[in-house]
Ligand binder design. Structure first.
Ligand code: AHR
Length: 326
């Protein structure tokens, strides 16, 4: 069920009187009592791709290293289930919640209910709608990549490689998610100054390999004049490459490809000359997220936005990066 803004604010505990909306009274950010070991909830969005599996493993490894308890849930691609997962963590009285929100708006109630229950929460990798919830007020902090910059970097490398002229098919990520929104914004921001760079078709492949393959196949059949692909993640890229090859096309020649993440398969595709560029989106959040919880428990104030530094991979540095790929 999609909620409109008024209902989202209501779910967040706001009240409307005479046309004015008032924020909840429990305005203070929950504190964390200092302990040697914490019980941490990690609410994952889905586990259908290597990026998500690497992110979960990083959380599990860090919890094991510290001897902390990890309460893990997998929303299996459903924002509604992810809200329910956070509610179950609240019921289990975890000390802290790490939430990777699948979409920007539907996860607002989860953020607000954790706050109301007095459980501090950090958003990892994806963000929520910033007009409805704020870091330092409703949740402790956001830790993740600058998705706008990722889109911009992908556009920059692609534009230079094609001499400023391409007919681009865009495979977007999950509709309503912050990486899909921001990667689109960053890419468009860059190409707006390059009139020869034209997005001729754009559709969501939901960050999934098979969906990416199907969507690319349909878009390419409708737009055989395409000369480039911009894909919001490596899984959709690998799906699109399968579709190109099935159509007798040569990825890297007939279509120049820009992608995001840094999976093993995409890194191999860089080495094989099928992909031009992969902008890194690092999924290994465990060390940074757990260190942030420890600091918060020590009474330190955290930056409300902690941004990962992402690299750019091409054929030149792909072999060097490969041992780290997932
Ligand atoms: O939120 C980060 C994105 O989500 C990654 O790029 C993608 O692979 C994942 O599913």
């Amino acid at each position: 069920m999609t909620m409109n803004r008024r209902n989202l604010l209501k779910a967040a505990g706001a009240i409307t009187i005479g046309g004015f909306t008032f924020r909840p009274a429990y305005a203070e950010l929950p504190k964390l009592k200092k302990k040697d070991k914490y019980k941490v909830g990690f609410a994952q969005t889905e586990s259908n791709n290597p990026w998500r599996l690497a992110q979960t493993k990083s959380m599990e490894d860090e919890a094991a290293k510290r001897g902390w308890q990890l309460v893990y849930t997998d929303a299996a691609g459903s924002a509604a289930k992810q809200v329910a997962d956070v509610r179950s963590m609240i019921a289990q009285k975890v000390d802290f919640i790490l939430l990777a929100p699948r979409e920007e708006k539907p996860l607002i109630p989860a953020v607000m209910e954790a706050k109301k229950a007095g459980i501090p929460l950090i958003l990892v990798d994806r963000n929520v709608d910033q007009t409805l919830a704020k870091g330092g007020e409703d949740y402790v902090a956001f830790i993740g990549s600058d998705f706008v910059k990722e889109g911009l970097l992908a556009a920059e490398v692609l534009t230079k490689a094609v001499g400023g002229k391409a007919k681009i098919i865009e495979l977007q990520g999950t509709v309503g998610s912050s990486p899909a929104n921001d990667r689109m914004t960053g890419f468009k921001d860059y190409i707006k100054d390059h009139p020869g760079m034209e997005i001729i078709a754009s559709q969501s492949g939901d960050f999934a390999r098979d969906k990416g393959r199907q969507v690319f196949e349909t878009l390419y059949q409708a737009h055989p004049e395409a000369t480039a692909l911009y894909s919001h993640n490596d899984e959709m890229t690998m799906g699109a490459i399968a579709a190109m090859e099935a159509a007798g096309k040569v990825p890297g020649k007939d279509l120049i490809i820009a992608s995001i993440d840094g999976t093993k398969d995409a890194t191999q595709a860089l080495l094989d000359g099928k992909v031009l560029v992969v902008v890194e989106c690092n999924p290994k959040f465990g060390p940074a997220a757990f260190a942030a919880i420890e600091k918060y428990g020590n009474g330190e104030t955290l930056e409300t936005r902690l941004v990962n530094v992402d690299r750019v991979f091409t054929k030149e540095n792909a072999a060097e990066y490969m041992p780290e790929a997932y």
